[in-house]
Design a binder for this molecule. Sequence first.
Ligand code: AMP
Ligand code: ZN
Length: 500
Amino acid sequence: MAELKVYNSLTRQKEVFSPITPGHVGMYVCGPTVYSDVHLGNCRTFISFDIIYRYLKYLGYKVRYVRNITDAGHLEGDRDEGDDKFSKKARLEALEPMEIVQKYTLGFHKVMELFNNLPPTIEPTATGHISEQIEMVKHILNNGYAYVVDGTVYFDVEKYNNEKPYGILTNRKLEDLLEGTRDLSGQDEKKGRLDFALWIKAKPEHLMQWPSPWGMGFPGWHIECSAMSEKYLGKQFDIHGGGMDLAATHHTNEIAQSQACYNVSPANYWIHTNMLTVNGARMSKSAGNGFLPGQLFTGDHPLLEKAYSPMTVRFFMLQTHYRSTLDFSNEALQAAEKGLKRLWEAYENLGSLQSQASALRTNAANAETDNRCRELIADFDISMSDDFNTARVLANMFELVPLINSFKGGQIPLNSISRPTFELLQKQFTTYLLDVFGLKDDKTADTGRLDSVLQLLIQIRKEARSRKDFATSDKIRNELQQQGILLKDEKDGNVSWNII
Ligand code: AMP
Ligand code: ZN
């Protein structure tokens, strides 16, 4: 088995992965902020870590995968300024903050399930760990790296930086960071411009607040991940991950907090995923260019030419390495749809070749084909062990597809390869497709049958429309919608359907 190499953002190089406890991996990934729906960009990050989790398991590691839910303490703006987003949303939707949390947590879980992401082994919430966060803030204060101003506790970045490099994760000096920092309101309270809040004094109208040694308040965002990762993975653990946008502030502050509290850097390997972009701009909640996964699955968005299934979107993401940017486009998604279909066909062909395979010999009739086949398969593990290169594995799979199809079509005799090679091919093709990449066939027997029935209804609707019998055509559309099936008229005159 190839040794696993991981690109570590902390050292800016690929390193051989060596966990603290042999055979076990502790991995913490920053989870969603549940005051609104996750967009497709967020999903890219969670899918990337799902692949990493799946591959670690495939390698035989026992993985404790912790992904938190941020359900408190997220303020408007980058640096602990302005309104709490949960309270704001609760007021807007006339709900309790915890109803907001529940609604968007359930929505998030549903999306993760649709993308076939495995659940983390622990999913702690910030509101469920207030006392742990308070303890950690107390500890940092006792160690002299924080100060209290009128019920708010700030981390003293400059004092910390005198002893340890604050900008270690992004390789930036404090002077450069200070230069790039704007003067923000509320600045007067802080000693230094980069200081950040560990605990925030709550205004009386603030909906979620807890008692603390500094009065009623709520935790800062960064402290939640430090407290929960320590609780479930220990002061030092193997992998910490999240999107690249978290490195400069959130993760930088997490490292400072753990160092100030326990005098250790929390994670040995920092893994950051690159951003999903739309026309070159980062997809984000604030930019308003974030598709919701639901909109993709129904095609209901002005930028979408049609609906795309969750597996098409997952596959689209796997075709690009997690550290490269990925730009959203209809063309790329449509190409992914075709590519994935070809993979499933090859997978089915492999299955149907099984009966012939039992007659294969242990020697291949064509050593060259047999060797090529083995090389391509062996490269699956080599590519994944080279910093999880899903794109290269897929390229190899696509080299195998015409070969498999030719075996099936009879253009190349199956006995060109040996029985062990066929067995390896089938095992690895299946394992990678289903277990490592977490793809599942959208067209199961049931959906296939449903599709036939729907095609019939679509045809009847078309005929009704051409007779100008809109009562019938609307009835078909509306009643299907009531059953949770959405028909979409495409620009090319075709009609697609999706389950909503
Ligand atoms: P948030 O809920 O905004 O804290 O984001 C949850 C996760 O999604 C974090 O790890 C972010 O870094 C990540 N993320 C946010 N925007 C994008 C994007 N456009 N592409 C990939 N990941 C993203
Ligand atoms: Zn975090």
